[in-house]
Design a protein around this ligand. Structure first.
Ligand SMILES: *Cc1c(COP(=O)(O)O)cnc(C)c1O
Length: 303
């Protein structure tokens, strides 16, 4: 594990032109498999699982290219914790792709569920049913977004503060919002936190802030117009930006989360919303394995 993960000030012509200092917290470099915010979120969940022998295993949920399911299967393999993953499948039948193959190779049990069943993943009744079937298993919501995830995310921010003690803006991609909520816990007076939603939903901003009890936090905003057509949608213009950013800075961004967030940051700078002399921390949440869902020639229709 590469901890604390590096924090780099990025040389990029646009940032230079507008006089904005951008640091990237390279959580993508923590570990080749358990990377980014999934490592941060799983840290204390695993600790809890190992602490209490009542927990006989872990259960969680994800899509067919889920970074979370992939990371969780790997750490459970490394820690010898039985792991069962409920994976969303459009057909309800088994899916084979590189992400799933890795998960199976690491010995996790995979249960493929239809989109209708997957929708019930947070319903109490459904979870009770799973609980009775898998006695003693710790159930982790999709994305690893458990309350125990918050502390690990906050720790990453504290690492950054050893290099720069205060920023004007923090930028982070948002899926379930657990990473945003963890950063919110570590925010300093005067700092603003901007979450860039990877999902297409107008109500999302209100819903996420409510879910993580951030309604009163005016300095935290979830912006929902940077999804490029929806979750997992990656138009050529976005891909071109990601390639060009990589060439210019040496930093690779994933197309589902960080590519969209970095693009949004560039637009904020261009629009003058983030101006001269501003210090920005961009949290690179990893997710580079997610490229595999895009690069496959035999592309699955799954997200
Ligand atoms: C899961 C994931 C996110 C979303 O994190 P949340 O805590 O669910 O908001 C962001 N970026 C990457 C790369 C991810 O894999």
């Amino acid at each position: 594990m590469n901890l604390p993960s590096p924090i780099e000030q990025v040389e990029y012509p646009l940032f230079h032109k507008y006089g904005v200092c951008v640091w990237v917290k390279r959580d993508d470099l923590i570990h080749p498999i358990v990377s980014g915010n999934k490592f941060r979120k799983l840290k204390y969940i695993l600790k809890e699982c190992k602490r209490d022998i009542k927990h006989t295993g872990i259960i969680s949920f994800g899509g067919a290219f889920s970074n979370h399911a992939h990371a969780l299967a790997f750490v459970c393999y490394a820690e010898q914790i039985p792991c069962t993953l409920f994976i969303r499948s459009a057909s309800g039948k088994a899916i084979h792709n590189e992400t799933i193959n890795d998960i199976l190779k690491w010995g996790a049990r995979v249960v493929f569920v239809s989109p209708q069943e997957y929708k019930r993943r947070e319903s109490d009744q459904y979870l009770r049913q799973i609980e009775s079937q898998f006695k003693g298993h710790l159930i982790i919501p999709e994305g690893g977004s458990h309350q125990l995830a918050i502390e690990g995310v906050k720790e990453g921010l504290l690492e950054s503060r050893r290099v720069v003690d205060k920023f004007d803006f923090l930028i982070v991609p948002v899926g379930t919002g657990a990473t945003l909520a963890g950063l919110a816990e570590g925010l300093e007076e005067g700092e603003r936190l901007l979450g860039i939603s990877a999902l297409k939903s107008d109500k999302f901003s209100v819903e996420v802030k409510k879910k993580w009890s951030l309604e009163e936090r005016k300095e935290i905003q979830v912006l929902t117009q940077w999804h490029w057509g929806g979750y997992g949608k990656t138009p050529e213009r976005l891909l071109r930006f990601i390639r060009q950013f990589l060439q210019s800075t040496g930093i690779e961004l994933d197309p589902i989360y960080n590519g969209k967030s970095m693009y949004a940051l560039c637009e904020f700078i261009r629009f003058g919303l983030i101006g001269n002399g501003t210090k920005v921390l961009f949290i690179h949440t990893g997710g580079l394995q997610g490229w595999r869902g895009k690069r496959n020639t035999h592309q699955s229709t799954e997200k």
